[in-house]
Design a protein around this ligand. Structure first.
Ligand code: 13P
Length: 251
């Protein structure tokens, strides 16, 4: 049985003091949730947020990006060890916004995946198709390439630890969620791709989230699907609604 995992991706929102206020609003609800809860916050908020969550067993802090090298002349970048020392457990890699606005490629995502795993961080690797790809009917072909490249030279033991977030680009921040059936079809397809690469045991173990305009109204039907093991939530993670989502996990 895969434990559900609900992660908030705050993106570039919340100063450290705003972050502390939001966490205090959400903390009690998250502590009582029956799932893993992750707060993927801006780098500058990590120290303050980690402190607020000290001693909360099912809550972890995540970053939204990291560099694939561990140190060196990479102005403005942050390494896995820096994140680890602050108590970070998860790191979002290959979010579509990073791919689109910051030129992140599948090859870079693979290097970051390997580095995160080597240094003991759990990647939340994002995949998903554009509206054009969806209309062309090449969603799963595109995602298969993203996954094969992201997981290149990663062994099954490491692959099992990774969280895959299926985030259709057309659903992100648009209010246009994939229906539970659409999302399930692709998440089941992703599990089949993992099965092809690693076999049944890894495919059954790996957790797959849905992300894209997930909110308090649609979370129940999405999370009821057999291959959807959680959510990666943007806009709705910045308000009290986030607890309605973590609270809707029943097992
Ligand atoms: P929204 O929930 O705001 O659509 O964002 C989804 C997302 O990109 C999470 O990583």
């Amino acid at each position: 049985m895969r434990k559900k995992i609900i992660a908030g991706n705050w993106k570039m929102n919340m100063t450290p003091s705003e972050a502390v206020n939001l966490v205090n609003l959400l903390k009690d609800g998250c502590e009582n949730a029956l799932c893993d809860v992750v707060f993927c916050v801006p780098f500058v908020d990590i120290a303050a947020v980690t402190k607020e969550f000290e001693g909360c067993k099912n809550i972890a802090v995540g970053a939204q990006n990291m560099h694939f090298e561990n140190n060196g002349a990479y102005t403005g970048e942050v390494s896995a060890d820096m994140l680890k020392e602050l108590g970070v457990k998860y790191v979002i890699l290959g979010h579509s916004e990073r791919r689109e606005y910051f030129g992140e490629t599948d090859h870079m995502v693979n290097k970051k995946m390997k580095q995160a795993l080597k240094r003991g961080l759990i990647p939340i690797v994002c995949v998903g198709e554009s509206l054009e790809m969806k209309d062309e009917g090449i969603t799963i072909d595109h995602i298969a390439i993203q996954i094969k490249r992201a997981f290149k030279k990663i062994d099954a033991d490491d692959a099992k630890k990774v969280i895959i977030a299926y985030e259709p680009i057309w659903a992100i921040g648009t209010g246009r969620t994939a229906s539970a059936y659409q999302a399930e079809e692709v998440c089941a397809g992703i599990r089949a791709i993992i099965n092809d690469i690693y076999g049944d045991e890894t495919a059954e173990a790996i957790r797959i989230q849905y992300g894209g305009s997930m909110n308090a109204e649609n979370c129940e039907s999405l999370l009821a699907m057999p291959d959807i093991d959680g959510g990666l939530i943007g806009g709705a993670s910045l308000k009290a609604d986030f607890n309605l989502i973590t609270g809707c996990v029943k097992e």
